[in-house]
Design a protein around this ligand. Structure first.
Ligand SMILES: [Zn+2]
Length: 106
């Protein structure tokens, strides 16, 4: 039986069909775990706060282990925040496309 990693609440088939659960991934897609919806939102929120560096032209830039990441749940990263900004400046459309592609693969 799958359980919420935080409160140990059992996540039954009913919880899944009702969407009453949340799988939390780190900014770089590393798996954090499975939670009930409430704790999933909480864990993700706190993690986003922790990883957040700054907002640039409406894009939130995150950082983890000296990697700079242009959006949450992203499969690529940059070595400096300036590279992220350059990417945002020069190829905004490409970033959106990559994100769409990522969503379709889930
Ligand atoms: Zn929970």
């Amino acid at each position: 039986m799958l359980k919420c990693k935080q409160c140990n609440k059992e996540l039954s088939f009913r919880e899944f069909t009702n969407g009453n659960y949340k799988k939390v991934l780190d900014v770089d897609l590393e798996k954090i775990g499975l939670f009930c919806k409430e704790h999933g939102e909480e864990v993700e929120f706190n993690l986003k706060e922790k990883r957040f560096v700054e907002e640039y032209k409406g894009n939130k830039i995150y950082s983890k282990d000296n990697k700079f990441i242009p959006y949450w749940e992203c499969d690529y990263y940059f070595k400096s925040i300036d590279d992220v900004k350059e990417r945002i400046d020069s190829s905004h459309i490409a970033i959106v496309d990559t994100r769409m592609f990522g969503l379709m693969n889930k």
